[in-house]
Design a protein. Structure first.
Length: 487
């Protein structure tokens, strides 16, 4: 116990008196809902202290712990830990329906000077009530409350909508595609389903009823066609050199084809791509023409070093290079990011290999976590990653037996590196030194009980500023201005 703090004993634990008083004040004055806007959400939260990890440990974990040495923080104030510049959404109250917020995709509204934010919301990931919501802002700082779009609605017995991603046509029609839960499902409810689609012609104010878009079968899908595919898209699609939208997606092998090994990270998987051929013509969902790549149905593979009979290659992020080629990077289990290049709009790809800072430089360390990359209007690229090989605080993602979900520990801190195109190099983007930008101090929060940060973010250039939009511990949705300078 930190002796400089006056304390009281409750339930066998000793807490600082100031903590007990402010916690009681919050309980009395709290309400359900969420908050968007500037940094400070309320006078109540201002009164509550933000303890360091060591202080929480010294106080005998007053809010609980995750694992043997990861303390839980006070969810009322933990949004402050990464020093955000903008608050988009901070859930308050019970969090029964809105406590988990992730896959945070911010994009420019097509028919106004606004930003729109799309994300997947639930009580907690995997609980069975995923739904999509949308918020909007005219200044990138003050945000509307999220509006429900589709999925499991509160208090109703409905199937889920998960991992939505937007695509905007030239006329301004906004399509949202997502993993649409159906019955029966294959591997798991939130990652198995058809492709759902809704669209809006009035700048995201009203939306059509959901429809389903056929997806081709793969040899990695359940042979029983009554079961859907196991797939996910998370990062916004990009335009290729022929002005077609292309999105990377993960195809998870059905457990009827290849059994998973222990721990969720060891699921047989590959990277595939979908190319929207006529989306700019504003077709109805049943008229959409989509080409599915690679054409050989092999996908991009990365051997799992723990279980070499498996491929683990997931969540491809795609950017267009200045020479017209497509460049994709993917998460995997090697402890490093891998990349591949396509010279034919995604039909075929080079064999994936380790992403390095330069051709002869060291590999870019990264655990099993999304690793987004974005091309900026100045021609440079910015990569976000965790700069560790999957080992932190005594935990190892490669261990065959986990006591906790190790991803909740190794996905912190978040770094960025600025990249530049190198036309003469084997690896076409070379990166500068890593810079830490987000850090939770290894303090977890409910409901996910994770200390991760910066997973499933997005980047916009709006109002003369480059903004990183990031989930913090899959609870808070925040923004931070990127000052990339001449790096």
């Amino acid at each position: 116990m930190n002796n400089r703090l006056n304390s009281a004993t409750v339930g066998g634990h000793r807490y600082p008196a100031c903590l007990l008083l402010t916690s009681l004040f919050i309980i009395i004055t709290s309400c359900t809902g969420g908050t968007g806007g500037e940094k400070e959400t309320s006078q109540e939260s201002d009164l509550k202290p933000l303890f360091s990890r060591q202080e929480l440990i010294d106080m005998n974990y007053p809010f609980g712990r995750y694992g043997k040495d990861v303390p839980l923080g006070d969810p009322d104030v933990e949004w402050k830990r990464s020093n955000p510049d903008i608050l988009v959404y901070v859930p308050t109250g019970s969090g029964i329906y809105n406590g988990d917020n992730e896959h945070f995709l911010v994009f420019k509204a097509p028919k106004s000077e606004e930003l729109l934010a799309l994300w997947t919301q639930s009580s907690v990931e995997g609980s069975g009530n995923n739904h999509l919501v949308l918020a909007r802002s005219a200044d990138a700082v003050n945000w509307s409350a999220p509006a429900y779009l589709v999925g499991a609605n509160y208090g109703r017995s409905e199937l889920q909508a998960s991992w939505g991603f937007p695509v905007v046509s030239k006329s301004g029609r906004i399509y949202i595609f997502y993993t649409k839960e159906v019955e029966p499902y294959d591997n798991n409810r939130q990652g198995s389903g058809t492709m759902g689609c809704i669209f809006s012609d009035d700048n995201g104010v009203t939306w059509t009823p959901p429809e389903e878009i056929p997806m081709p079968r793969s040899k990695y899908d359940n042979p029983d066609t009554t079961y859907p595919k196991n797939w996910i898209v998370w990062q916004r699609p990009t335009k290729d050199s022929e002005d077609k939208w292309i999105a990377g997606y993960t195809l998870i092998t059905s457990n009827t084809v290849m059994k998973d090994e222990p721990n969720w990270v060891n699921a047989d998987s590959r990277c595939y791509f979908m190319r929207f051929m006529n989306l700019d013509e504003d077709p109805f969902p049943n008229e959409l023409e989509i080409d599915w790549y690679p054409e050989n149905d092999l996908g991009l593979e990365v051997q799992n070093p723990v279980y070499p009979h498996l491929s683990v290659a997931q969540e491809p992020a795609v950017v267009l290079l200045p020479d017209g080629r497509l460049f994709t990077i993917m998460r995997n289990m090697t402890g490093f990011i891998y990349y591949a290049v396509s010279s034919d709009q995604g039909k075929t790809w080079t064999d994936p290999e380790m992403l390095r800072y330069s051709d002869d430089g060291p590999g870019i360390e990264h655990p099993m976590s999304p690793c987004p990359i974005y091309r900026l209007t100045n021609g440079k690229f910015v990569l976000f990653f965790h700069n560790n090989t999957g080992e932190r605080l005594g935990y190892d993602q490669a261990a065959k037996h986990w006591d906790i979900n190790v991803a909740n520990v190794v996905r912190n801190p978040t770094y960025y590196a600025v990249g530049e195109f190198n036309a003469m190099a084997k690896q076409p983007i070379w990166f500068g030194d890593p810079v830490e930008i987000l850090n939770t101090g290894d303090v977890a929060v409910p409901p996910k009980m994770t200390a991760e940060i910066g997973t499933y973010p997005s980047v916009t250039e709006f109002g003369g500023k480059t903004i990183l939009w990031y989930p913090d511990r899959k609870r808070y949705l925040l923004g931070k201005y990127l000052e990339l300078g001449d790096e």
